[in-house]
Design a protein around this ligand. Sequence first.
Ligand code: ADP
Ligand code: G3P
Length: 492
Amino acid sequence: MTHILAIDQGTTSSRAILFDKAMRISATRQKEFTQHFPDSGWVEHEVDEIWASVLETCRGVLADMQLATSSVAAIGITNQRETTIIWDRRTGEALHRAIVWQDRRTAAFCDDLKAAGHEELVTARTGLLLDPYFSGTKLRWLLDNVAGARDLAREGHLLFGTVDSYLIWKLTDGRSHVTDATNAARTMLYNIHDGCWDAEICDLLDIPMGILPQVLDCAADFGTTQVFGGEIPIRGVAGDQQAATVGQACFQRGMLKSTYGTGCFALLNTGDTAVTSQNRLLGTIAYQLNGKPTYALEGSIFIAGAVVQWLRDGLGIIDAAPDTQALADQADPTQRLYLVPAFTGLGAPYWDATARGAIYGLTRGSGPAEFARAALESVGYQTRDLLEAMAADMGGLGETVLRVDGGMSASDWSMQFLADILGAPVDRPEVLETTALGAAWLAGMQSGVYPDQDAFSKGWALERRFEAQMSAQEREARYEGWSDAIRRTLTR
Ligand SMILES: Nc1ncnc2c1ncn2[C@@H]1O[C@H](COP(=O)(O)OP(=O)(O)O)[C@@H](O)[C@H]1O
Ligand SMILES: O=P(O)(O)OC[C@H](O)CO
């Protein structure tokens, strides 16, 4: 038993990562899959394509290392969250494409529910806002719009799951219909205080509770797969942002991580307390071990690294993401451009779906360098918005250190600006694959091949700390300019 296999099923690609006994990466495979946009604001994935990409990447890493299944102690799964699948338990066939977390098709339904005064109940029970982002209203849409779905549910043949749940069903050949508490916490159907599906919310959304999976801890016995030849148990599951929180070893109350991929997701460990945000953050479960949930406050930003992709693909002013650094360095220091990347609306803490991107402060001398700098800075400013909201909810954050990961955390320029605008240290770990590491550790720890929580925390290794260098006066003046840009961009 020398390895742990982590499956990271993300929004645009699936990855399989093999970790060795010392928790080092020994092989990685990645496979992108098709994004379907059948209507404005709709995003879907072909479920078979997700499954095929997972199989292919897992088989690939096992072949790369010439590993027999008997050498793999366990599988850990981490996944894009909220994405919603229904399938027929007799065949394992999905009845519709997966409705992806980004999909806004249920916005009007959510507005109706809010107008009818239901948001308070939803937030009190689930920690979430009444928003199309989460699975609940997507599942309702599927039940109402897929021919025969409700009949199948009545007959006991229909099952619902987030991506983890569907993958486990397929991996175990229909023997396990389960999920973990972190994924359940993103459905808007799960009571995070009582640790159970919420009958009143299911009733409100007309969702038959018989189709919901059993909810387990993040480290548990999720079933055993035989699809790779011999048997491999599945022992760890967590939604990707929660897995990154685990991979960053943010196990103490007050610890904070932020993952910079396409978007940015910041999670603050709030310990035993499920904080109900007064500032439009999300209350959620960071992880659940031994039946005990540890809670988090989460801020979700839709556009982080994606703004760099826009510089490359939309404006064509860079060839590759790392080019932003040299370009931003050439920017005229006397110009103060603010780029609000509300390309698909604004996420936390504004939740303004109709806002669109804007740039302020243009002069005759503004060019690619100033755009690049404003784009990188926008990620820092948005993070500060989240931390301001977290501080307001928690009555201050104390001596905060932000642990960062994700593709964009490779940008020294962005991480330095982040430290400057937060006025707090930013720590980048040696292992940037924190999401997969988190899933692997959960599975490995549960199987007894990886160390316990304390030892794992001690093993967290810093690659570089970015210290704030900007004066407090400049920091606040710049942030005030950003807040003004936001005020002018909001539509409500
Ligand atoms: N050196 C860099 N400077 C700035 N942005 C970067 C850099 N490297 C990667 N990125 C950004 O990071 C994102 C990719 O990160 P990744 O964690 O792979 O995202 P995801 O998992 O959401 O696909 C891209 O949006 C890219 O623009
Ligand atoms: O797949 P990612 O990395 O874009 O993450 C998606 C999040 O889990 C959505 O909530």
